[in-house]
Design a protein around this ligand. Structure first.
Ligand code: 6PG
Length: 253
């Protein structure tokens, strides 16, 4: 598999990662809105993006006022099977840190609804949400302006876990993915849905991510063991934004 190193940008620390990601977010938003009048972003869960969401919402920072919030549309790359008010909800995290603090119209927030159905139906319902928004006809894919992703220490991204069935999905936009490692279902967009985005940005911070990052950048080994390796936009930009701690095992650094 071709190395992802040319897509790598290493910054000093978590703070620099957050500020760089905020700049990328604002630039993507402005460009999409200039070109099409709106911007569709797929958010990630996990801990790393929380600082970014908080920074985007902060009053005395320049980012908040540079984002045309009324034209922003928010989606999620993955979700846990919990209600929105649950501490593990990816929507809930984004709501608390960002969406409750900025003037995004509620109609522009397009979340998975795990509380309304069993996992497979919840995934199908989200495919309908995507099909209506973009809008899609047969065999078309959504084109997110920006997808934010993280990477777990095992190389998973969104809820595409090593060895899980969703990695082999070629036709669906979103699926319920049984994750053996967690003994539970997760709702996730699929690889082709991510790979049709205009821009995909990974945020990776901390030394615990270093072994997985080294393996992903080396591009050796079976890709289904490191799902993050399979994110390669077909007609879009890919950025691996990582801090020094996460990058410290990369050869040549
Ligand atoms: C989730 C995520 C997941 C996350 C990684 C990295 O719902 O948990 O979308 O893929 O991005 O696990 O998480 P951290 O940022 O917490 O390391």
């Amino acid at each position: 598999m071709v190395s992802l190193k040319e897509n790598l940008r290493i910054v000093a620390d978590a703070e620099a990662l957050t500020r760089t990601a905020a700049t990328v977010f604002v630039d993507c938003a402005q460009k999409a809105i200039e070109q099409r009048g709106s911007c569709a972003v797929a958010l990630s869960g996990g801990t790393t993006p929380q600082a970014l969401y908080a920074l985007l919402a902060r009053d005395h920072e320049p980012f908040r006022r540079r984002v045309p919030w009324a034209q922003m549309h928010f989606f999620w790359g993955d979700e846990r099977m919990v209600p929105p008010e649950h501490p593990d909800s990816n929507y809930g995290m984004a709501y608390r840190t960002l969406l409750s603090k900025v003037p995004v119209p509620p109609a522009n927030v397009h979340r998975f609804k795990p509380e309304e159905a069993e996992p497979h139906s919840a995934a199908r319902a989200y495919e309908q949400v995507l099909s209506r928004y973009f809008p899609l006809v047969d065999a078309q894919w959504p084109r997110f302006d920006l997808v934010l992703l993280g990477m777990g220490v095992d190389g998973h991204t969104a809820s595409l876990f090593p060895g899980s069935a969703a990695l082999y999905e070629r036709n669906r936009l979103a699926v319920a993915n049984w994750v053996v490692q967690l003994a539970s279902y997760r709702l996730t967009l699929t690889l082709p849905a991510f790979n049709h985005a205009a821009t995909v940005v990974f945020l990776v911070s901390g030394k615990d991510k270093a072994p997985a990052l080294r393996a992903v950048m080396a591009g050796t080994g079976p890709p289904e063991r490191l799902p993050a390796q399979l994110i390669r936009p077909t007609r879009g930009a890919l950025l691996w934004l990582v801090d020094r701690a996460a990058a410290h095992l990369l050869p040549g650094l």
